[in-house]
Design a binder for this molecule. Structure first.
Ligand code: SAH
Length: 238
């Protein structure tokens, strides 16, 4: 069954209003009609079964039949994945995969060798939100991955929470040595790698430095691999 998204404020006691964009998708692409059923999730973790009541030019109204369990349950791991900004489509890919891999929070950071500047990153947020929404629909998540405001590396490391891990290409503890509870912040460096001073700053702010050993992974490969490994060891990918 088709899934649509509506933010919590579009829900009333027994009705849901879909936006213009979702209406276009429902009406023009999927060609659904009044009387048909659809799933709607609110991005905050709830999902409902509804029946299409009216399709107007700019909105669709559904009657809520019942609350249902989300298509895919959320991982018990509260994972913040911080990734140094990368150029163009690579970053879009990382965001999409982060949603599929059950990342809770995504934090874009600038580092000394990052490919994108902070002020340019801010302009990309709208596109990132769209990618995250599409990925949530596709993967069955009812909670949207939160995308934080892009921040500078040092500032980010100071406010990070939970078990804090910086993944380094050059050395550090082994992955198996990680002791973590259900809240983890993991950070992945840029294509150009970390500068020594950044690894020191992270260490001073309570980050464990971990290496996967093996080969040097490209930043986007590292981000996806790390999310999958953490979800496997501490979350719900088994
Ligand atoms: N240009 C660097 C590689 C950077 S890889 C060099 O040639 O040495 C980009 C990021 O991916 C790294 O900063 C790190 O966070 C992560 N990464 C890549 N390979 C890794 C590995 N084997 N173990 C842990 N992290 C890795």
């Amino acid at each position: 069954m088709r899934r649509f998204y509506a933010p919590p404020e579009n829900f009333s006691k027994d009705k849901i209003a879909l936006s213009l964009e979702e209406t276009r998708h429902l009406r023009d692409v999927l060609r659904l009609r009044a009387g048909e059923k659809a799933r709607v999730f609110d991005g905050a973790g709830k999902e409902f079964l509804g029946e299409i009541e009216a399709i107007a030019k700019k909105a669709t109204i559904l009657k809520i039949i019942e609350e249902i369990s989300p298509s895919a349950p959320e991982s018990e791991l509260d994972l913040t994945l911080a990734v140094a900004l990368l150029k163009g489509e690579k970053y879009d890919l990382v965001l999409q995969k982060a949603v599929e891999l059950g990342v809770t929070n995504f934090a874009p950071v600038t580092t000394k060798r990052a490919d994108v500047k902070l002020k340019d990153a801010e302009k990309k947020r709208e596109r990132w939100q769209k990618i995250a929404l599409e990925a949530a629909k596709q993967s069955g998540r009812a909670r949207l991955m939160r995308i934080e405001t892009p921040r500078e590396f040092t500032e980010f490391t100071k406010s990070a929470q939970g078990t804090k891990i910086l993944f380094a290409e050059r050395g550090g503890a082994q992955f198996d040595a990680i002791v973590a509870d259900k809240k983890i912040t993991a950070i992945v460096g840029p294509e150009g790698g970390w500068e020594d001073s950044e690894i020191e700053i992270a260490g001073a702010n309570g980050f464990q430095i971990v290496t996967l050993g093996g080969r040097i992974l490209r930043a986007e490969t590292a981000a996806m691999t790390i999310a999958a490994l953490l979800q496997n060891h501490f979350g719900d990918l088994r």
